[in-house]
Ligand binder design. Structure first.
Ligand SMILES: NC(=O)CC[C@H](N)C(=O)O
Length: 331
């Protein structure tokens, strides 16, 4: 664990932490060679496997950024957290929890098998594809643009700019994602969808194709770490109750069938996406000693080389290292 400084918010300690993070990023960048970029969405194959970047943003504005931080990438499955939050804000938490469960599956993110075998009354959780497609069907609006607008609006509110939709990635997924269509048809058959299937899938593919950077993920994470409140303006951007559920879901289901290991070895809520992004949320901690980012922080990671579960391989290892060094675990 990093020790030795009484106050972690001085410029000197920020520089000190920056040097550490720069070293860690340089070290874990070598681990990208152990993974592969996603290829089932054809355009994602074009990502540079060696990239690794991280952005950490504290509640007090302290920011550490290192590695390939400027590269935009599509948010992919991290959008599942945002669409769930927006659906809860539109429909109410009770409505959503009556229709989507909050239990981990232990299966791959795009599994259909579980639904068929267990015949649940509702999809297992909003962070796997079946649950996320169901959530998307519950967003208000008749067209995909109408459904997406509140998602863009929330992101713009948090980020201060309106993120772009990457049309090439959207079209690539739309034209190739037979598995998600199969999940969609299955959900339609068992009566879980609340909107037209084609509009739901179009909305889902588009929400996955919103472009972000690690800085954006860090800022979204910081707001969620702060229970949905902007620490500067004190404005409530997301209701606290919704951020609580989002964090619980991320901790238990956010890294798919590697969520248990991530909770054990890293110990903070996180959500990954198949383009190589991870959002991680370190809530405020209470400890005897001063620790970096003790008041909580949001972390954005980008590393498109993935492990066999679809999570950024170097990104997870980097987060694990930082969490250990800075005692970020909530447990
Ligand atoms: N794990 C992911 O990021 C999956 C998202 C991707 N758009 C899909 O549905 O297949």
């Amino acid at each position: 664990m990093v020790q030795g400084a009484a106050n972690w918010n001085t410029e000197q300690t920020q520089e000190w932490l920056q040097n550490y993070v720069d070293d860690w990023v340089a070290f874990y960048r070598k681990h990208t060679s152990d993974g592969e970029v996603a290829s089932y969405i054809p355009i994602l194959k074009e990502a540079n496997k060696d990239h690794l970047g991280i952005s950490i943003l504290g509640k007090n504005g302290m920011a550490i950024r290192s590695g390939d931080v400027g590269i935009p990438f599509t948010i992919q499955s991290i959008s599942k957290v945002i669409s769930f939050i927006v659906a809860c804000m539109e429909r109410g938490v009770g409505y959503m929890l009556d229709r989507v469960d909050v239990e981990p599956t232990g299966e791959a993110f795009n599994s259909i098998m579980h639904l068929e075998m267990k015949k649940p009354e509702k999809p297992f959780n909003p962070l796997v594809n079946a649950g996320a497609i169901t959530v998307t069907s519950m967003l208000e609006g008749r067209t995909s643009d109408e459904k997406l607008e509140p998602i863009f609006h929330l992101l713009e509110h948090i980020l201060g700019y309106r993120p772009a939709l990457n049309v090439d990635v959207y079209e690539s997924e739309r034209d190739s994602s037979m598995r998600n269509r199969a999940i969609g048809y299955y959900l339609l058959e068992i009566g879980f969808l609340e909107s037209d299937l084609n509009i739901t899938l179009e909305t889902y593919f588009k929400q996955c194709s919103i472009e972000v950077t690690v800085d954006d993920l860090a800022r979204i994470g910081m707001i969620i770490a702060n229970d949905g409140e902007d620490p500067d303006s004190k404005e409530e951007i997301i209701p606290r109750q919704v951020t609580r559920i989002a964090k619980a879901l991320m901790l238990t289901c956010g890294m798919y069938d590697a969520s248990g290991k991530f909770a054990t070895y890293v110990g903070i809520p996180a959500k990954s996406g198949v383009s190589g992004g991870i959002i991680a949320i370190a809530p405020p901690r209470v400890r005897e000693e001063e620790l970096p980012f003790i008041n909580g922080c949001g972390i954005g990671v980008y590393g498109p080389a993935l492990d066999d579960k679809g999570n950024s391989i170097a990104g997870i290892r980097l987060l694990r290292h930082i969490a250990k060094q800075w005692d970020l675990s909530i447990f």
